[in-house]
Ligand binder design. Structure first.
Ligand SMILES: [Zn+2]
Ligand SMILES: [Zn+2]
Length: 403
């Protein structure tokens, strides 16, 4: 079995829509035009529209025609993200970004179009017993946590979901290929600032100063022992220093140095351990030199942990629809972070990947030198995925209510 024939007939319609969204990228919590488009489309399908969750989020509620009156109906949440990235686009095709410094470089334009395609079909047929909540989320990128913002505005209280699912396109995986993983699948993303304080002084008289630059340099090396010496080697984690700021002159030892960076882990336990070891190191290593240190640690997104039963279910739908040969049930962990993780902390569900191909869908004369990778200025969502993704959503919803 493959794509639904009726969905194939809407391929052009949703390609035009996807390219329109691509041409008008909007950043976190500013998805005003995009959410207007989503809301108008949902309403035109006869779906009940709710706006304003997480500022620009939209929820479409569709009640199946077989839903029994009274009692609590079963419900499923299906989610797409709507935001673009603050980056330039190098593509020159007709649907390239019309806004300098903004780009749909992660394919959220495609995720939105795919889910609208499914919404159109499901609203027309409605042949199920229960409620589908179409969740169009703002601000997935850059640690802005649009998912959390929608939850804070009562997403699951107003629109209860027994289970929730999300899809991300994945360049490099073949088109029509689906990838799943149970358990920890994407990393937590966290930021840290270490402020090293000493007494500044004359560069020619270091014995009269506490040199924060020497301390900071030592700390950068020491921080790597959080990974190599202070953590169980079988646990995966990354500590990267990405900024060092200190000093303004050739002959002055600065009184303060600041180190910034990121920590990635696949479990909260490992993260707790790294944070507490980092705090000890950040405070005590400067003290050993007569200075002082302070750690500010910010947890942006928790690790994304897929639920076992829901992942098996979502995988079976892909196998039954597109063939087992197109389904990888044990895709490697991904070091990126994703705020779908917040939903999965409260509601059982799964987050899966769909192949976006190698980039051959882009017309060569209109693209730059770079690869078709996520967050690359030459990326473009592959429109061949639209009927595949919409079909998958429809089949997933159907199978959920048929259980
Ligand atoms: Zn992204
Ligand atoms: Zn993304």
């Amino acid at each position: 079995m493959s794509t639904i024939a009726e969905i194939d007939t809407t391929h052009e319609e949703f390609t035009i829509l996807r390219r329109d969204i691509h041409a008008h990228p909007e950043l976190a919590f500013q998805e005003n035009r995009t959410s207007d488009v989503v809301a108008e489309r949902l309403a035109s399908y006869g779906i009940e529209v709710h706006r304003g969750l997480g500022k620009t989020g939209v929820v479409g509620v569709l009640r199946g025609s077989k839903t029994a009156a009274g009692g609590k109906p079963r419900s499923i949440g299906v989610r797409a993200d709507m935001d673009a990235l603050p980056m330039p686009e190098h593509n020159r095709f007709a649907h390239a970004s019309r806004h300098e410094g903004r780009m749909h470089g992660c394919g959220h334009d495609g995720h939105t179009a795919m889910l609208l395609g499914a919404a159109k079909y499901l609203a027309k047929h409605r042949d199920f017993d229960g409620i589908v909540n179409f969740i169009f989320q703002p601000a997935e990128e850059g640690g802005n946590a649009g998912a959390k913002a929608m939850m804070k505005d009562g997403l699951f209280e107003k629109f209860p979901c027994d289970e929730i699912y999300g899809i991300h396109n994945m360049p490099g995986f073949p088109v029509g290929h689906f990838a799943f993983r149970k358990g920890p699948t994407m990393a937590s993303s966290n930021r840290f600032d270490i402020i090293v304080r000493g007494t500044g002084g004359h560069a020619a008289q270091p014995h009269k100063a506490v040199d924060t630059i020497v301390i900071a340099a030592e700390l950068v090396g020491a921080l790597q022992t959080l990974i190599s010496r202070h953590k169980n080697p079988i646990d995966v984690a990354v500590v990267s220093v990405t900024q060092i700021h200190a000093g303004d002159a050739y002959n002055v030892l600065p009184g303060e140095a600041v180190i910034k960076g990121t920590v990635r882990t696949f479990s909260t336990e490992v993260l707790d351990e790294i944070e507490s070891n980092m705090r000890r190191m950040a405070e005590m290593l400067p003290q050993a030199h007569g200075g002082s240190g302070e750690l500010k640690f910010h947890r942006a997104y928790p690790p994304l942990v897929n639920w076992d039963a829901q992942t098996e279910f979502a995988m079976k739908v892909a196998q039954d629809t597109f063939g087992a040969e197109n389904v990888d049930g044990n895709t490697p962990q991904h070091g990126g972070a994703e705020d779908f993780s917040f939903y999965l902390q409260e509601v059982p569900g799964s987050y899966l990947f769909m192949g976006n191909g190698e980039g051959a869908h882009r017309e060569e004369k209109y693209i730059g030198m770079g690869p078709c990778e996520l967050h690359n200025p030459n990326y473009d969502f592959n429109d061949a995925l639209l009927p595949i993704g919409s079909t998958y959503w429809v089949k997933l919803v159907g199978a959920f209510f048929a259980r």
